[in-house]
Write a protein that binds this ligand. Structure first.
Ligand code: 5GP
Ligand code: MN
Length: 333
């Protein structure tokens, strides 16, 4: 902590980065730490996300907060990377989770700090690493770091963002919850954080299409295999039919785990280059191992992800279901 304080106070320009396809924890970490460094430490901070978060998460970003989406304005993002002397990478197991920014971040000579909660972080790229896996989220890890630094009440924007990030990463206290997680929530509510506002912003502001898509995927698209697994493929046609937007399928992969006997759930979402893969498992079955083994990915024991590429892994979208079924059957054998 003493070293971290020194590094922060000596920094001229700080850049915060999180992972591609940012979820609530990625955005919460960046906004939470960013607003703290600006408000309480008077630092010059710029934040970059490789791609945009879903609309329903944007409530936690305060007016005027310095957030750039690299995919939308790449030259601006690269200028930020070039101009910073302290680079803080949040909620990423390493630079490889930052998509096309990876090579630029790797080239940067800025001092690099990692704050993360995934297993096997790529620590070699960093001068300082805060890594803990027995914790709900990167937002929680950052909460305890800032509590240590500050002593008193954290800024409101920080409290809202960190509470929101922890809430989405735990599925609203359904998984990866530790005693420290409840302690954090308790302190934040005590400090006046509006949890009702956070919950309604995250879970009650969806587009009608999302709810219809979720229903259709479950009734017409979900395949349940006798080996104790289920999978769904959200292909390009379905995305078009439901006017799909980032975040519309958030949480869908968890639903098949509600079926008795299903211990593994896999969801594929088509992209230009192939499919993004989400995997969830019940305790006793590793989602991560399947992600590593068959989908170039990783993550947490029971919540992980990866990808399938056209050309190398599968010839086309039509070949996805056979690949997934084979991978699951082989894995659970
Ligand atoms: P989601 O299914 O919500 O997109 O991802 C679940 C978790 O899996 C994330 O928190 C992240 O840790 C991990 N994850 C998702 N995609 C990838 C990937 O491509 N590579 C790695 N290493 N982890 C991933
Ligand atoms: Mn996370």
């Amino acid at each position: 902590m003493t070293e971290l304080e020194k590094v922060i106070s000596g920094a001229r320009q700080i850049c915060l980065v999180s992972h591609t396809h940012p979820d609530g924890d990625a955005l919460g970490s960046v906004v939470g730490l960013g607003s703290y460094l600006i408000e309480r430490k008077g630092k010059s901070v710029k934040c970059i996300l490789p791609t945009a978060p879903a609309d329903n998460l944007m409530f936690m970003v305060p007016e005027g907060f310095p957030l750039s989406i690299a995919e939308d304005d790449t030259p601006a993002a690269l200028d930020i990377i070039k101009g910073c002397d302290l680079l803080m990478v949040l909620d990423c197991s390493g630079l490889s989770r930052t998509d096309f920014l990876e090579e630029h971040l790797r080239k940067s000579t800025a001092f690099k700090v990692l704050m993360d909660h995934h297993v096997s972080p790529e620590t070699g790229d960093f001068g300082m690493v805060f890594s803990k896996t027995e914790i709900s989220s990167a937002s929680e890890l950052i909460y305890w770091i800032l509590r240590d630094m500050e002593g008193g009440t954290l800024p409101q924007a920080t409290r809202t963002a960190l509470m929101a990030g922890m809430t989405t990463d735990t599925n609203n206290f359904a998984n990866s919850v530790f005693p420290s997680t409840f302690a954090m929530a308790s302190e934040l509510i005590e400090a006046g954080t509006d949890r009702d506002y956070i919950l309604s912003s995250i879970y009650q502001q969806y587009r009608e299409n999302r709810i219809r898509l979720m229903g259709w995927m479950q009734s017409s698209n979900m395949v349940v295999l006798p080996c104790g697994a289920a999978y769904m493929i959200l292909d390009a046609d379905t995305q078009k039919r439901f006017d799909y937007k980032e975040g519309d399928s958030e949480g869908l992969v968890n639903i098949p785990l509600g079926i008795a006997g299903v211990k593994l759930s896999v969801m594929l979402k088509q992209t230009e280059k192939g499919f993004r893969v989400s995997i969830r498992s019940r305790r006793g079955t590793s989602a991560r191992e399947l992600a590593v083994r068959s989908f170039h990915g990783g993550g947490h024991e029971n919540a992980s992800g990866g990808k399938l590429d056209f050309g190398t892994d599968i010839a086309n979208a039509g070949a996805a279901s056979a690949y997934v079924e084979q991978a699951i059957k082989e894995y659970l054998k």
